[in-house]
Write a protein that binds this ligand. Structure first.
Ligand code: LHQ
Length: 262
């Protein structure tokens, strides 16, 4: 049987490729579980020092597989709250709470939950041909997979509402201009640049990078005082890492640091 998520681990980079290209990598149950298992592994395995998420074929991810629950077959209305709670929410929480960098290479269309999973990653690069679509309103649903949260926080209400209510496609270029993603890149260079970025972060001081992610994510809900306390605590922890000692030693010896992720 074809794997729904292709997995490689090379030099600390765990590359996860959503792999249902004939359905634009939309989520069925198997792909949900396979992706979640790999993010759990990224939490637990010290050999994983960065994650790179992308899609196979011409799309990144078209959200939920709409063929999974065909209303024409009849039966009671499905409990989509259960689907969200069982499949999307755990993955979203795992991605945000993973104290290692997660890079997303959006290689093509990202629709519905597919777009919002991308926005939950730490650094999002997209091919210039890619589009982000809050497709939910077209089928009578609401943004999920954290989309209502990330769009409203990053873009503010006017743009978040317009995107979600109209389901108008947002180009990669405009997503970058609006600060929703890090960069739009030429299609031909996307994967090379994303792999280089992931490799460079995987060779970095993993503990410090993870604490940095925690700090930035805490800022929106912390007061300045709370944030200053958290910076103090994280800096204390980072300062005790062997990567900090290596970083300063390498600087003093005018050489490249060799971080071990400890
Ligand atoms: C698909 C899909 C797809 C199945 C393309 N499913 N086959 C939902 C429900 C339950 C619980 C909780 O959460 C959610 C969250 C959500 O994600 S709701 C939003 C679900 N996604 C969508 O509504 C997007 C549906 N897809 C589209 O609108 C288009 O396919 C886009 C705009 C993404 C791409 O358009 P095109 O480039 O023109 O490609 P296409 O439409 O021709 O699709 C290619 C194939 O992929 C096609 O299959 P076929 O056998 O005809 O070649 C599509 O049926 C299939 N596909 N998305 N979500």
């Amino acid at each position: 049987m074809t794997e729904t998520v292709l997995v490689t681990l090379v030099d600390g980079v765990l590359t996860l490729t959503l792999n249902r290209p004939e359905k634009l990598n939309s989520f069925n149950e198997e792909m949900h579980l396979a992706l979640r298992a790999q993010i759990e592994r990224a939490h637990a395995d010290p050999a994983v020092r960065a994650v790179l998420l992308t899609g196979a074929g011409r799309g990144f991810c078209a959200g939920q597989d709409l063929g999974d629950r065909d209303p024409r077959k009849g039966g009671p209305a499905p409990d989509l709250g259960h689907t969200v709670e069982t499949f999307y929410n755990p993955t979203l929480r795992l991605l945000r709470n993973l104290e290692k960098p997660v890079i997303c290479a959006v290689n093509g269309v990202a629709a519905g939950a597919g777009a919002n999973i991308a926005f939950a990653c730490d650094i999002v690069l997209a091919a210039r041909s890619a589009k982000f679509i809050q497709a939910f309103s077209k089928i009578g649903l609401v943004p999920d997979a954290g989309g209502s949260w990330s769009l409203a926080r990053i873009l503010g209400e006017p743009r978040a509402k317009a995107l979600a209510l109209t389901a108008e496609p947002l180009s990669a270029e405009r997503a970058a201009d609006w600060g929703l993603i890090w960069k739009a890149l030429d299609d031909e260079t996307l994967m090379t640049e994303a792999a280089a970025l992931a490799a460079s972060l995987a060779a970095g001081p993993t503990l410090g990078l993870g604490l940095t992610k925690r700090l930035i994510q805490s800022a929106a809900t912390n007061s300045l005082d709370e944030q200053l306390d958290l910076e103090r605590d994280c800096q204390r922890q980072a300062g005790r890492s062997s990567d900090y000692a290596e970083g300063v030693t390498a600087f003093l010896e005018k050489r490249k640091p060799e971080f071990k992720g400890q």
